[in-house]
Design a protein around this ligand. Structure first.
Ligand code: FAD
Length: 521
């Protein structure tokens, strides 16, 4: 055991020396005992966005947390090193956030994805939770926890994302209005800091690190284990879609549903800009599409999607709940549809869309996505801004709009929300840009347009903030963080003082030990 540890340590040192030297002599994949360091892999410079490609010098495929700790310990003690390190979960970022140009990418999926489920006592005391590797996927956690009749409370729409990746951002979906984002549903973390220290942290133990890392954009440490809160999982879900041709009524009904957390278990909404968009968003929702309103009658429709959990105890309970909800809504009569599906299929609904897009060669294409948190007071102006800047009849992909509540977010975390009232909308403009219909020039045009929208929406009259942000300069990052910038910088100085971690976010330039003073402190 001791021998293996020393062997790995020596090998990682050799690797780091190899990377740090001006003359790159890593020529071929190398296997170093328990940890594998490879020259690069095909995936290490690609992400879901397919807009930026930054090749690293090497890739670490750790077999244990110690491998990550050793690497960061050596790098932070090396006075000549300029090497940076990015953790890569599932690589579903848009703007190279999990890439490290000329640095080292740690592919977190190589860690054993051990998942341990703890069920609360029969007398109802304590919590049910799962201990899960930071590199595991949410779908793996769902599959395992369902064996115990349990599941996490808060989700993302797509489950093939890593635990560490979404906890570094927020993790939001139709359950967020009720339970908060995924970062509000974590009890404890194991984190390797930029200095190589392995620390177990929670709201009461090393709490500054715990809150820094949640929503921390991979800047303070690498999450190797998370303890996620679980609740009883329903057998089935009653899933509804109701249509609108009036934006104000659509918004009013969303706000009505947010006010009913005891009845509604999931709430999202989306713009239906054209018939193709409706068809592609309906793959997992097996309702009769022919009876959806005709696009000849209106240029654009809106759809509220909500769900009620069905524990299959008494059939009438769900029916009564549904009636209480729908009788108060003002959707376009008679355009409301429902289906009943298993809880797993409901949560895994985007997988069906992925399969369909893959089959048509439309999944591995550029995705110039834009996600923004928009305060309630600015949502109408933001919708107009989008409409003025986009040609909706040609738009490919979903445009999500749904409300979340700020009071479900812990302000100690590093996540950034608009500094306004409690009700905030998340707007996701999830555009695909397949090369067959959108050239490199067209893609660059969409990226520029998104930048313009961010600029206009960040102004006071709308007051929006980016989610999964990309910022072109340090000044923009300062303004993104606003009043929390100083706290973010102080956390960086404490947990990753040489700015080794998370170079792909483009926030902090790497600092050399005994070198130039950092420009960001
Ligand atoms: P990566 O892209 O691998 O990494 C993202 C960032 O986290 C990087 O900075 C990386 O260095 C850092 N990181 C990764 N792992 C760790 C770790 N273990 N410790 C510390 N830092 C780490 N988001 C939502 O909130 N709700 C949604 O419904 C939603 N749906 C999506 C659907 C699709 C199809 C896609 C492509 C994305 C979606 N997202 C959604 C966005 C997604 O949550 C983020 O892009 C998230 O970062 C992806 O996780 P990942 O494992 O791929 O992260």
């Amino acid at each position: 055991m001791e021998f293996a540890f020393i062997f790995t340590k020596i090998n990682i040192l050799i690797i780091i020396l190899a990377i740090c030297t001006p003359c790159k002599f890593i020529q071929s994949p190398m296997d170093f005992g328990s940890s594998s360091l490879l020259q690069t892999t095909n995936t290490s410079s690609i992400d879901f966005g397919r807009i930026i490609f930054s090749p690293p010098s090497a890739v670490l495929r750790p077999q244990s947390t110690d491998d990550i700790s050793l690497l960061l310990t050596f790098l932070s003690a090396s006075s000549f090193s300029k090497v940076t390190v990015a953790a890569r979960g599932a690589g579903h970022s848009i703007h190279a956030q999990s890439q490290a140009l000329d640095g080292i990418v740690i592919e977190m999926d190589s860690l054993p994805s051990d998942i341990h489920i703890h069920k609360k006592l029969d007398d109802g005391h304590g919590f049910s939770y799962a201990d899960v590797s930071g590199g595991a996927l949410w779908v793996e956690l769902l599959e395992e926890s369902l064996k115990f009749g349990l599941a996490p409370r808060s989700w993302t729409d797509y489950l093939y994302l890593s635990i560490g990746g979404t906890l570094s951002n927020g993790g939001i979906s139709g359950q967020t209005f009720k339970y908060g984002p995924q970062i509000s549903n974590v009890l404890e973390l194991d984190v390797v800091t930029g200095k190589g220290d392995l620390i177990t942290c929670s709201p009461t133990k090393s709490s500054e690190l715990f809150f820094a890392v949640l929503g921390g954009l991979g800047q303070f440490g690498i999450i190797t284990r998370a303890r996620i809160l679980l609740q009883d999982a329903p057998e089935k879900v009653k899933w509804f879609r109701a249509f609108y041709d009036d934006f104000d009524i659509f918004i009013k009904d969303q706000e009505l549903l947010v006010s009913m957390p005891d009845l509604v278990d999931y709430l999202e909404g989306f713009v239906v800009p054209n018939e193709e968009s409706l068809l592609s968003s309906s793959i997992a929702f097996p309702a009769p599409l022919h009876s959806v309103p005709s696009f000849h009658l209106s240029n654009v429709y809106y759809c509220i999607e909500f769900a009620v959990h069905d524990f299959q105890v008494e059939p009438s309970v769900v029916e009564q709940t549904v009636e209480k909800i729908t009788t108060q809504m003002s959707y376009l009569q008679p355009y409301i549809y429902s289906v009943e599906v298993s809880y797993f299929d409901f949560l895994n609904r985007v997988r069906m869309e992925e399969m369909s897009l893959r089959a048509r060669g439309l999944w591995e294409v550029p995705h110039p996505w834009l996600n923004m948190f928009v305060p309630k007071f600015g949502i109408k102006k933001f919708k107009d801004l989008l409409m003025d800047n986009m040609s909706l009849n040609q738009f490919k992909g979903p445009i999500l709009i749904y409300p979340i509540l700020k009071n479900k977010w812990d302000t100690n975390t590093s996540a950034v929300l608009p500094d306004t009232e409690d009700l905030i909308y998340i707007v996701g403009v999830l555009q695909s840009a397949a090369p067959a219909s959108c050239s490199a020039e067209c893609l660059a045009g969409i990226v520029r347009r998104n930048r313009r929208i961010v600029g206009a929406a960040s102004a006071e009259r709308i007051g929006a903030k980016q989610y999964l942000a990309q910022q072109p300069s340090l000044l923009h990052w300062r303004s993104h963080f606003g009043g929390e910038w100083n706290r973010f910088v102080a956390r960086k100085a404490r947990f990753d003082p040489l700015a080794i971690l998370g170079p792909g976010q483009g926030i902090f330039p790497r600092v050399r030990l005994h070198g130039a003073v950092s420009t960001w402190q």
